[in-house]
Design a protein around this ligand. Structure first.
Ligand code: HEC
Ligand code: HEC
Length: 267
């Protein structure tokens, strides 16, 4: 009898072990997809601010850079004597009021660069809907200033998208990266060279792509793109939060493999 029990136990343990091994070998894509937002035309400032705060602290990914206050201006406190973001937004760019400046900071972040910072912020309209962008503007205005965003701002974006139901966040994220499988085109569309050097172009924020295939295996490169938080490259420990964790969603499997192959061949 105890022999049968032992066999049953062995089978159970064996099965568990197999499942553990299999599940841990599947790459874990942890990037969070921001929840879709949908507002009516008479949405209140309070509702917008609350939605914006949730996005800012969570799935919007803003805190990745703006949290520590070193690689990006502090948005929750005074920045170099210019006041809270809801205050300084009004005096950043001549001719742009607070609302216009904040919206531009999100969709065209390099148009005006805050002094002392590197242009690493991406165009947020690539991953966020019009509703989400305006909710963030409302939240940032609420930090020291008056919220002037209304439902009309969102609607004036027009073209049906503002009904909220139309575009799922994941589709919006996949859109602008193009369907090309040419590795250089994909990397251009995803702004990899905003942080990596290749053939003398790009910025040295992350490790150089020159000779990367001689240093790293295809598996390691793939893993670095899919799950950049997993392990920092040598000498880049403090920057580990910088590499966007959204490429797993933005790239198709074919595009990912095209990049991995291309980089692995760069010996
Ligand atoms: C990859 C890092 C990064 C991420 C992610 C990021 N930002 Fe930024 N952001 C920056 C940097 C660096 C600057 C300063 C340079 C510039 O002006 O573009 C900046 C500037 C800004 C400014 C202008 C600040 C000022 O003092 O005038 C605003 C507003 C802003 N970001 C909002 C956001 C919001 C909201 C999000 C999330 C949706 C976000 N950022 C995500 C790096 C980032
Ligand atoms: C906002 C800056 C930024 C962008 C954009 C970015 N990266 Fe990175 N990347 C980094 C940083 C910083 C590191 C080093 C820290 C780490 O390992 O996570 C890194 C590490 C890597 C590594 C590992 C290199 C090594 O030596 O270990 C690979 C591969 C990589 N990135 C590929 C890409 C590709 C492909 C893209 C575009 C699809 C991209 N990165 C976009 C900042 C960025």
């Amino acid at each position: 009898m105890w022999q049968t029990n032992l066999k049953v136990l062995a089978v159970v343990l064996g099965t568990l072990a197999v499942f553990t091994i299999v599940s841990s070998s599947i790459p874990q894509l942890q990037s969070v997809v921001p929840e879709d937002l949908s507002f009516s035309g008479d949405v209140t400032a309070e509702v917008l601010v609350a939605a914006g705060q949730t996005l800012f602290e969570g799935a919007g990914g803003c805190a990745d850079c703006h949290g520590s206050g070193t690689r990006a201006p502090n948005l929750l406190a005074d920045e170099a004597g210019t006041g809270l973001i809801g205050v300084r937004c009004a005096s950043r760019v001549a001719g742009q009021d607070c609302k216009a400046y904040l919206y531009a900071s999100l969709v065209d972040p390099n148009a005006y660069l805050v002094e002392g910072y590197v242009p690493i912020m991406a165009d947020m309209s690539r991953t966020l809907s019009s509703e989400q962008l305006w909710a963030l503007v409302a939240y940032l205005q609420s930090l020291g200033g008056e919220v002037t965003v209304t439902g009309a701002d969102i609607e004036s974006e027009g073209s049906g998208e503002s009904t909220g139901a139309a575009v799922p966040a994941s589709a919006a994220a996949a859109g602008p990266t193009s369907t090309s499988t040419d590795p250089v085109e994909i990397m251009t569309a995803n702004a990899c060279l905003a942080c990596h050097i290749m053939d003398g172009a790009g910025a040295p924020i992350g490790p150089s792509f020159d000779g990367i295939g001689g240093r790293l295996s295809a598996d390691y490169i793939r893993e670095s793109i899919l799950d950049p938080r997993a392990g920092a490259s040598e000498g880049f420990g403090a920057l580990i939060q910088l590499m966007p964790a959204t490429f797993g969603e933005q790239l198709s499997a074919a595009q990912l493999e095209a990049i991995v192959q291309f980089l692995t061949d760069r010996r």
